[in-house]
Design a protein around this ligand. Structure first.
Ligand code: UDP
Ligand code: MG
Length: 322
């Protein structure tokens, strides 16, 4: 009797300016697979997506490719962001039975891969690694993350508290994800939106390995959060209606008081009130217009249908765009 072919698992790893530690980190990941005796049961391959790094990352990836035929590189022409890198990796992983998405800086512990594969074998099409403790993040970062997830849940109805991009997806989920027509993507939210049966596994975020620092500045994170939120929900637009209603109500109340004062002979000393009211309402109007503008901008960008990324070099295929 012939043995069934081992299932194939692809690790998709987005990489941006990670040259100093990348090689060692990849070795650590491969070693972890061996230590968990996974290489005996599965056929592994790694897709390293260079997201337009400015350092020697592409060279490191090419040298890794030549050392180990399980490793395949994809190089973007410029930085398109982690979301684009994940998408390119998932599209290239169409031959795998399951795909694992993980960071290249070892903040997603490879020691968890065995347990994640176990949950997949048990029938979960998605395995989410959820952050148990948020590494050594500052209080303000934690507060920001907490606020974001709560807001995201309120606006979209999707509970992705402390979810990370460290996920195992069955090929069926990968296909469904890649088939989504949208260009602006929020991986964590969209996988949840797809609604496949998911299991959770908790992990403690390790400190960054391999030097360098997080590519995410506060401003970039804030922009990412706003985009994620508004791409998933139009609730903020409805908030404007409520805000408008509240202002009108306040206006009616103030009008009644002012008229009462006028007819009762007490001339209203209303200049201060007027100034305050004027500033608050004009601020609210500008904010609301900005919010509408934001949605309009998102619509405009999506409508152009520009590719999510452009590939400069891919290990197996010729140049390609998506
Ligand atoms: N990354 C990427 N493109 C970017 C920024 C980051 O592909 O524009 C990669 C990065 O190399 C790493 C992962 O995404 O593998 C997570 O990035 P980082 O460690 O900077 O973020 P954090 O751990 O702070 O979320
Ligand atoms: Mg990191």
């Amino acid at each position: 009797m012939t043995q069934p072919a081992p299932k194939s698992i692809t690790l998709v790893i987005p990489v941006f300016n990670e040259a100093p530690g990348l090689s060692a980190n990849i070795q650590t990941i491969l070693q972890a697979l061996q230590d968990q005796h996974l290489t005996d049961q599965y056929h592994f391959s790694l897709i390293l997506v260079d997201d337009g790094s400015q350092d020697d990352t592409p060279l490191v990836i090419q040298s890794l490719e030549s050392q180990d035929k399980r490793i395949q590189g994809i190089q973007f022409v410029r930085n398109f962001g982690k979301e684009a890198a994940i998408l390119a990796g998932l599209k290239a992983a169409d031959a795998a039975d399951a795909v694992l998405v993980m960071d290249s800086d070892l903040q997603h512990p490879p020691s968890l891969i065995g347990a994640m594969l176990g949950l997949w074998e048990a029938g979960h099409k998605v395995v989410n690694a959820v952050k148990q403790q948020r590494g050594n993040e500052s209080f303000s970062s934690r507060l920001f993350a907490e606020g974001f997830y709560r807001l995201f849940y309120w606006a979209s109805g999707h509970d992705i508290v402390n979810h990370s991009d460290f996920k195992l997806l069955d090929q069926e989920v990968v296909q469904a994800y890649c088939a989504l027509p949208e260009r602006r993507r929020f991986f964590r939210g969209l996988v949840n939106w797809l609604g496949y049966p998911a299991a959770q596994i908790h992990f403690a975020v390790a400190p960054r390995s391999g030097g360098g620092q997080s590519a995410w500045t506060r401003l970039r994170l804030l922009r990412y959060a706003v985009t994620a939120l508004t791409d998933f929900s139009v609730a903020p637009l409805y908030l404007i209606i409520w805000l408008g209603g509240a202002v009108i109500l306040l206006g009616v109340l103030l009008a009644a008081i002012t008229l009462l004062q006028k007819f009762s002979g007490m001339a209203a000393d209303g200049f201060t009130t007027l100034i305050i009211f004027l500033f608050i309402t004009s601020g609210a109007i500008m904010l609301s217009l900005g919010l509408i503008g934001h949605y309009l901008g998102a619509l405009f960008l999506e409508l152009k249908q520009r590719p999510t990324y452009l590939i400069k070099r891919q290990a197996t295929d010729d140049d390609d765009t998506t």
